[in-house]
Design a protein around this ligand. Structure first.
Ligand SMILES: Nc1nc2c([nH]c(=O)n2[C@@H]2O[C@H](COP(=O)(O)OP(=O)(O)OP(=O)(O)O)[C@@H](O)[C@H]2O)c(=O)[nH]1
Ligand SMILES: [Mg+2]
Length: 312
């Protein structure tokens, strides 16, 4: 008879000094044999997830984990069992990785991750690994050559910007494209990913890295508007939005407002957590957030925080 309690598996994403990620190859004789995985294993009775992570890394790859934080939790139903994959990002460790159980281990460059074959549950996890914890939404430039806007952008790039959504509702398509092209040129040297809050056609015409769909645009779509590896992200406010986003293959989303200007319209962290627990893709918390809210977002199943007011 099928076991109805999900198997709680804790796995870890470790990066070395070059930013490469540790992968292990599952033994051919195991479930999901011969596929690549993030080291980890089943939670034992009485263990906190972090204890499982530390024990499994010691047992499997001889690495001692000193500090880790939650990355993403995904429920996946295999034919043999439902699995809860509880994935952590390892922030400090010591030791040299080797396969203590005879498995191959390898450090893989992030841009090559999508070429590896993983168990089916892992594909949304790869997106969580490739995305940063902060998704910055630009303020509106006043016109296509607003010096203050580009000064602010350069400051963001110097501060380590990785993922940007360019929003400018007041610009016409021509002005928007001119501005987007300039942003892409400034972002190119540091490989900042730029998503456009505009049509997929404009994303393709200026060569941006993806599209960010409004809730309305999302609900009007019946299929993913851009092919991978371009990003498709969307704004969501309800569980129904999230389910629609997942059904058309959206890669990640923003969910909020955690703190709306009118408190009665705020989603709050508890509702955010309920949504991330059922989501199968990375979710950024949005709405009145500051850098100090990051640990709340992580603790409630978020990829991190998105916003402009306090972050841009
Ligand atoms: N460690 C790990 N397990 C994964 C990943 N993806 C994924 O679907 N799983 C699934 O999680 C389940 C349990 O993982 P595991 O076999 O590593 O458990 P374990 O280390 O305790 O193994 P053991 O039974 O040999 O002691 C398997 O069904 C496996 O397919 C992943 O990236 N890492
Ligand atoms: Mg294991």
């Amino acid at each position: 008879m099928a076991n109805l309690t999900p198997l709680h598996v804790v796995a870890g994403v470790v990066r070395n000094a070059q930013g490469d990620i540790l992968l292990a190859r599952r033994h051919v004789t195991k479930e999901q044999g011969d596929l690549w995985e993030f080291p980890g294993g089943k939670r034992e009775q009485g263990e906190e997830p972090e204890q499982t992570l530390v024990r499994e890394f010691q047992e499997e790859v001889d690495i001692t984990i000193q500090r880790a934080r939650p990355l993403i939790r995904i429920r996946h139903t295999y034919t043999y069992r439902e699995v809860l994959l509880d994935v952590w990002s390892v922030e400090q460790f010591s030791g040299t990785a080797w396969g203590r159980e005879g498995q191959s281990v390898e450090w893989c460059a992030p841009h090559l991750l999508r070429l590896r074959t993983f168990p089916a549950a892992n594909y949304p996890i790869i997106n969580a690994v490739l995305l940063p914890a902060i998704y910055i939404i630009s303020t509106e430039p006043l016109k296509q050559n607003d010096p203050q806007f580009f000064y602010q952008l350069e400051k963001q790039i110097d501060n380590g910007l990785q993922l940007l959504q360019f929003r400018a509702g007041s610009l016409n398509d021509y002005e928007y494209c001119a501005c987007a092209e300039k942003i892409l040129t400034l972002c190119e040297p540091t490989k900042v990913q730029v998503l456009l809050h505009r049509t997929p056609q404009i994303v393709l015409s200026v060569g941006a890295h993806g599209v960010h769909l409004s809730q309305t645009a999302l609900l009007n779509l019946k299929e993913r508007p851009l092919k991978k590896p371009l990003w498709v992200a969307s704004s969501c406010h309800t569980l129904a939005d999230i389910q629609h986003a997942q059904s058309i293959g959206v890669d990640f989303l923003t969910l909020g407002a955690i703190r709306a200007p009118e408190p009665e319209n705020s989603l709050g962290w508890f509702n955010f957590f309920t949504c991330t627990e059922s989501a199968k893709i990375p979710v950024f918390a949005v709405g009145g957030l500051q850098y100090e809210d990051m640990s709340f977002a992580w603790a409630h199943g978020g990829q991190g925080i998105a916003g402009r007011q306090h972050l841009w």
